[in-house]
Each structure stands twice: as structure tokens, then as C-alpha cells.
Design a protein around this ligand. Sequence first.
Ligand code: IMP
Length: 183
Amino acid sequence: MDYEIGNDIEKVLIDAPAIKVRLAELGKQIAADYTGKELLMVGILRGAAVFYADLARLIPLPLHMNFMAVSSYGQGSESSGAVRIYYDLNEDIKGRDVLIVEDIVDTGLTLKYLSETLSARKPASLKTCCLLDKPARRKVDFTPDYIGFTVPDEFIIGYGIDYAEMYRNLPYIGVLKRTVYEK
Ligand code: IMP
């Protein structure tokens, strides 16, 4: 399928078949690690929505779904550094096995903050899973428990990930042309 916004894409980094293969592996690994448990998957809106929906269907365990929304880059391409919760969980996670599902770990600020915030609510366990890890940009010491792909320091869009709320519906993970966000 041709996407009208295809001209804004510098290159495809990870195509749809490769995403599918990696997600199947991740699903298997998570299912093995949580066998006998009842997993609560907490998706971080909106970037993780596409990844979350595909991943959840590859984990054949009793599983609860819930979501949180936090601030990210807003309309720009640079993180403000401040993390704000716009929408919090509407249930108690005390004693639960919680897996936070995020799109990208960049500076690490968001997931570190969320991990600390949710840990304080005393879950039985808390792990983090990200589709993409950009370790080159890390500002705080944070390593996700599950990583889909490690990516270079480029501005990424597609498969749920946006620039100024666009490109989330691309079925692949791509690099945005600099001219799009530098104009
Ligand atoms: P962190 O707090 O710096 O780790 O950034 C986390 C959030 O920044 C992610 O959840 C994304 O929403 C956003 N982000 C980081 N890198 C990119 C990117 O390359 N493209 C689009 N959004 C990004």
C-alpha cells in the first residue's frame, strides 16, 4: 500500500515482516517468564498503542489490559525532560504482576519515572518492555527488561510512533526526513 506521507520518510528501518518476527519472539519470552501468573500489561499512550495491541495477542496467558498517558515531546522533536501523567491507572496494582509497555526509551526519563511511581504502589513485580531502545541518548541509568529493537540516534516514526501526531499508522518503523522537523 502506498502511503501519502511516504515522501516524508528518509528510510525504512524495520519493515512490517521483521516487526512481526521480533514480536513473536518477545511474546514467547514474556509468556515463558510469566507462566502461572496473571499479568497486568500497562500500555503507555499513545505511542505504545499499536505495539501493545500486537504484543498482547502474542501472549497466551491470563492477561489484564490497562493504560496510562504521559507527556512526551508534544509537538516538537526534543524531549522537555519533564514527565507528567495525564491519565493514571484506575485500579490498584498492589500485589499484581505489572509489565509497563512503552514505545521508545530515549533519555530514559519517562520509564525511570514511571517505574519509580508504580513501584511505590507495591506491585508483586514490575518490569518494563519497550519496542525500541535508543541507548545513545540516555540521560539517566535505565535498562528495560524487554527490548524489541535497538535503534540508532535518529528521529523515528511509524508503528504507533509519531512526529507532531502524524505517522502513527505507518505499518513499519522509519526515520523521518530532517527537512520535516527542521523546517
Ligand atoms: P524518554 O523519556 O526521553 O526516554 O522518551 C520517551 C518518549 O519520547 C517516548 O515514549 C516517545 O514518545 C518519545 N520519543 C523518543 N524518541 C523518539 C523518536 O525518535 N520519535 C518519536 N518519539 C520519540
